[in-house]
Design a protein around this ligand. Structure first.
Ligand code: 6PG
Length: 247
């Protein structure tokens, strides 16, 4: 049995609040370690609703001062094709909850452009990543935070979409038929090259899909979250009791 087939590393929390607290502490701990060891911490944030509380806790009294934000580089796992001030913007959410509240240099915040052409924006974002990560092989992000939709998608890797098969781009434009919209997303090989990947999953509405993803047949075209298997990094599932109820 290969490592990829080992039991998933699932931590179950009583509720969304205790999950958020644990995730925020883990983020801060990994940030401190990375800055101490390599002088910087590169993280890809997830969008959606679950992470907001984590970002607020990171910006709060207890944790804000424990991280040297000057060494932190923030990227995004995906973005919707909306302006940065839209209520739908992942950047806006992270900015309001966290980035505007900590002393992170503005040039360390790497936003995916949501206005204009998705393919051009994806390619511009890949170029921006290459400035920091260089051109050799896949980038090695220190941490990727991910959510999972109730259809099994993660980042903007939706079931049955073209970006699932991407093997060379770091960042892909992805047409999502069921949303009638383009998204821009990190690709699975980039996520799988990270040092640490953490899924954040709450709510009973995700329980059955989570069971399928973790315990069901392998079918990543239908369950894109199954594509996430870091090749030389850790994968942790932070799940609340409601979402874990069918495991
Ligand atoms: C996005 C995401 C997406 C999200 C999941 C879960 O931009 O929508 O990055 O992959 O993480 O849809 O979202 P919730 O946490 O809101 O359920």
């Amino acid at each position: 049995m290969g490592l990829a087939d080992a039991e998933p590393n699932v931590s179950v929390f009583d509720d969304a609040e205790s999950l958020a607290r644990a995730a925020a502490e883990r983020f801060a701990e990994l940030a401190r370690e990375s800055v101490a060891e390599r002088g910087l911490f590169t993280v890809a944030l997830s969008g959606g609703s679950t992470p907001r509380r984590i970002y607020e806790l990171l910006a709060g009294e207890g944790l804000r001062g424990s991280v040297d934000w000057r060494g932190v580089h923030v990227f995004f796992g995906d973005e919707r094709m909306v302006p940065p001030d839209s209520a739908e913007s992942n950047y806006r959410m992270a900015s309001e909850a966290l980035l505007s509240k900590v002393e992170i240099p503005p040039e360390n915040v790497h936003r995916i452009e949501g206005v204009g052409d998705a393919a051009a924006n994806a390619s511009a974002y890949e170029s921006e990543m290459r400035v920091l990560f260089g051109d050799a092989g896949w980038p090695r992000l220190d941490l990727v935070l991910l959510g999972m939709g109730d259809d099994g998608h993660t980042a903007s890797l939706f079931p049955g979409t073209a970006a699932l098969n991407e093997q060379s781009l770091w960042v892909a434009p992805n047409w999502v038929e069921k949303l009638g919209a383009w998204r821009v997303t990190l690709t699975a090989p980039v996520i799988n090259a990270a040092r640490h990947v953490i899924f954040l999953i709450t709510g009973a509405g995700k329980a059955e899909r989570l069971r399928e993803v973790l315990k069901g047949e392998r079918d990543p075209a239908r369950l894109p979250s199954q594509l996430i298997r870091p090749s030389d990094g850790t994968l942790e599932w932070f799940v609340d009791r409601a979402a874990a109820s069918k495991l």
